[in-house]
Design a protein around this ligand. Structure first.
Ligand code: 4AD
Ligand code: MG
Length: 464
């Protein structure tokens, strides 16, 4: 009878030593001499490889020849305590089945130590490297932590649409969704494109945020969160921007801005602690390879209170700093990453929640303060990342919200349903959006956002 496969993550259990085991996976390396050959096998379940020992009195050169880096095999044999150092157990091979070979002359990951830039060109195969295996497992662990955090606190997971007819952030950088024939567009009498003939009978786009629909959920279910893809067609080629990224957006009825800040801080600390506990091997691997201060930085964030500071105070600190910024600072500017990072990395040396931004640089739905100049916004700023969360208390007053919509000339035909939340049983409420990849960046210590999503979408890049 065939033995049931053991995943490599489970193979190092002491009770398996002395037992017959079956493993399946991809070969990382093969080395040895004419008496014995050692194969390091990985199956993706852990950063660790299992060492398989082939005794050349039992296997011929011919048997082992197809076992090159990248090939896939199935081995059965006895699990024994390892002789070699750094290994706890190894398998003495008794049977070998080869699933697929990987020609050493053409397999792109034949050699070790490729640069991250090179691997971006091989995004279809890079999950097979140690680095991307670790990153993707950490990404999964964080996604699970997010669902667990909200579920444990009574939030409901709400699925908001990816195709929308509204522009939540007013940024105007959206991908259009259409089935119209681009070479033969139907026109109205005034010569404009006739979207009534388009698939949805109106112009439609990929969503930039699930917030507006999230507010509908929160003002019915009390507390919801979304967790899904969002799309932004900005032409920003930076290490922190993607055209397609995942956002987590909690929205809570009756929460004011302070409670929103508490939620954001608890949430982010929970996710980082969860990863430290549950993805330790992978975090340690990345720390050792790329960033020796990683674990210390993660613990520091978990153990310390975030600074909470109004935008106006932040601007004063930047102006008084004497630091030469590429973009000069004055009250009213939209802070650049260099300003955010100065506050976090140089001045406070801690994460900062910046609040009460000028209304001109924030979205229409944010609640206006008494000063009529600032809104109850909150951005969470992180070392190495800059903005990781953006959120606010929402304007719940119908007249004030309408005035703001008119001021910004947002087309009312798109917004009537949103305004209904303020017409019928309106309540104070707040929420925020966490850029999931920015969290994964922080926890993995990677420096380019293209390296923390399996298939990055950026300007001119949608190959894989
Ligand atoms: O600050 P943003 O634009 O906020 C919103 O979309 C609100 N509707 C959220 C809310 O209140 N429910 O985006 C939220 C977060 C940012 O803080 C950042 O972490 C991330 O999303 N983000 C991006 N991440 C990767 N690539 C991009 N192009 C991003 N744009 C924003
Ligand atoms: Mg923002």
């Amino acid at each position: 009878m065939a033995i049931k496969r053991t995943r490599i993550v489970d193979i190092f259990a002491p009770q398996l030593v002395g037992k017959q085991v079956s493993v399946k996976g991809w070969v990382r390396t093969r080395r040895g001499n004419k008496n014995v050959q050692f194969v390091a096998l990985n199956d993706g379940s852990t950063i660790k490889n299992i060492q398989i020992v082939f005794d050349l009195t039992k296997f011929s050169d011919e048997d082992l020849k197809p076992i090159t880096t990248g090939s896939s095999i199935h081995v059965e044999g006895l699990l024994v305590e390892s002789q070699g150092k750094g290994q706890t157990a190894e398998i003495q091979a008794e049977t070998l089945e080869i699933y697929g070979t990987a020609d050493p002359d053409t397999y792109p990951l034949q050699k070790k130590g490729h640069t991250l830039e090179f691997l971006r060109e091989k995004a279809h195969l890079r999950p097979r490297t140690n680095t991307f295996g670790a990153v993707l497992r950490i990404r999964h662990t964080l996604a699970y932590a997010i669902h667990k955090f909200f579920n444990d606190r009574g939030f409901f997971y709400l699925n908001t649409p990816l195709i929308t007819a509204s522009d939540c952030e007013g940024a105007g950088a959206m991908f259009q969704v259409t089935t119209l024939d681009l070479n033969n567009l139907p026109k109205t009498e005034e010569g404009k494109i006739d979207y009534e003939q388009d698939f949805f009978g109106k112009q439609a786009n990929l969503t930039v945020s699930g917030q507006l629909e999230g507010e509908l959920g929160a003002t019915a279910l009390g507390a919801i969160y979304t967790f899904g893809p969002t799309f932004r067609a900005e032409n920003s080629n930076t290490p922190r921007h993607l055209s397609e990224f995942w956002m987590v957006e909690p929205e809570v009825a009756f929460n004011e801005i302070e409670e929103n800040m508490d939620l954001a801080e608890d949430f982010i600390k929970y996710c980082i602690s969860y990863a430290l506990e549950n993805a330790k091997d992978d975090i340690d691997f990345l720390a050792q390879m790329y960033d020796s201060e990683l674990v210390e930085r993660l613990k520091f964030v978990v153990e310390n209170d975030f600074v909470r500071l109004p935008y106006t105070e932040g601007v004063k600190i930047l102006e008084a700093s004497g630091h030469k910024f590429e973009f000069p600072v004055s009250w009213g500017i939209d802070l650049q990453s260099e300003h955010e990072r100065y506050l976090v990395e140089e001045h406070f040396k801690k994460p900062v929640i910046l609040t009460d931004y000028p209304k001109e640089i924030k979205a229409f739905y944010m609640k206006l303060n008494e000063d009529n100049k600032t809104v109850r916004a909150m951005d969470v700023l992180f070392p190495k990342i800059g903005e990781i969360i953006g959120g606010s208390q929402r304007e719940e007053n119908y007249d004030k919200l309408l005035a703001r919509i008119e001021e910004l000339e947002i087309p009312m035909k798109d917004m009537w349903w949103y305004l209904d939340t303020r017409r019928f049983g309106t309540v104070p409420h707040s929420g925020f959006g966490l850029g999931f990849e920015r969290l994964v960046l922080f926890v993995t210590g990677m420096t380019n956002i293209r390296d923390v999503i399996p298939f990055p979408r950026t300007p001119n890049n949608a190959e894989f």
